[in-house]
Design a protein around this ligand. Structure first.
Ligand code: COA
Length: 290
């Protein structure tokens, strides 16, 4: 019998699963990127699995205070991979379809409730399924040149993977309908005007603007930030009375993680008179507990 040839490549294939997401931590910011630029960063099952691993690896690192999600190359994300996510999993049967949905919806959900504040940095194309991670991020900044679209109608499906819900959440009824029914793209400026993103700036200034916002978040009390971002997402679906009650409980729960932070904030304002909460954050380095 002939000896078996080694089949393992010496170097990883360009689209190896682990390479579908790139990241580095600089200055307490985790810069995570969709990394399939040749495929306009569309989300394959491999990318969805790898993104969950990367989110896992970064979530509780002490040297990470903010996570930024960007895209390598000309796209942020061209949505779900029509070939690998739809055609190939469908060909493999219902079990494969459900698994691929769990993998993508799983990391979108994980990101919606992430421990650290998150910022979408939309550098280019953002289509369809890309609205899932866009909404999952707490804040979103776009290049004026970026293009957003619910393209599903153009290839014959409804905006799934949360996209219809996201359009209805973030846009006015008329805009959501128009956006979803026509598949017409909007640019970054219009996305900001419509409330799909916080702000649009020229592409050349996008990273600097995001770094500036991240720096603001890094100054805040991290326990208060997590409690705040969860509160804003949760209360949207509550009655006023339920929200009022939830917020009392959520603050009391946050106190059990960090009761000194808010006391220090009051002390520096009322006793020390070293800052004004209306104008900026207190100096966390003066805390006796850290
Ligand atoms: N699924 C699968 N493949 C995709 C893809 C997607 N969503 N988006 C891009 N690609 C692939 C293309 O098939 C092409 O592959 P190839 O090099 O093997 O031919 C490669 O990425 C580059 O795409 P291309 O269309 O040549 O780039 P472009 O810069 O001219 O156009 C887009 C960019 C985003 C406008 C265009 O690729 C597009 O319309 N993509 C689909 C967007 C979409 O409808 N997404 C919704 C999914 S829910």
């Amino acid at each position: 019998m002939p000896a078996k040839k080694a089949t393992k490549p010496a170097v990883a294939a360009p689209d190896a699963e682990k390479d579908t997401v790139a990241y580095e931590v600089r200055g307490r910011i985790a810069w995570v990127k969709f990394n399939r630029p040749d495929k306009r960063n569309c989300m394959s099952p491999a990318l969805n699995r790898q993104m969950m691993r990367v989110l896992d690896a970064l979530e509780y690192r002490d040297d990470v205070g903010v996570l930024v999600l960007g895209g390598e190359g000309s796209a942020w994300s061209a949505g779900m991979d029509l070939k690998e996510y739809f055609r190939e999993t469908e060909a493999a049967g219902l079990g494969a379809v459900r698994q691929s949905q769990r993998e993508s919806y799983g990391w979108f959900r994980r990101l919606r409730w992430y421990q650290k504040p998150t910022i979408a940095m939309v550098n280019g194309w953002c289509f369809g399924g890309g609205y899932g991670p866009l909404f999952a991020c707490d804040l979103a900044f776009a290049a004026e040149e970026a293009k957003f679209g619910l393209s599903e109608i153009n290839w014959g499906i409804l905006p799934g993977g949360g996209a219809s819900k996201i359009a209805a959440e973030l846009l006015s009824f008329r805009r959501a309908m128009y956006h979803a029914m026509t598949g017409e793209m909007i640019d970054g400026r219009t996305a900001a005007e419509w409330g799909l993103v916080n702000e649009a700036v020229p592409l050349a200034k996008l990273e600097a603007r995001v770094a500036e916002v991240a720096a603001m978040l890094l100054e805040k009390n991290p326990v208060a930030l997590k409690a705040t971002k969860d509160a804003i997402r949760r209360v949207r679906e509550m009655t006023y009375d339920n929200a009022e009650d939830y917020l009392v409980r959520a603050q009391e729960a946050a106190n059990s993680f960090d009761n000194d932070g808010r006391k220090e904030g009051i002390r520096q304002f009322i006793d020390e008179k070293s800052y004004k909460p209306g104008l900026g954050a207190y100096d966390a380095s003066k805390r006796s507990s850290g």
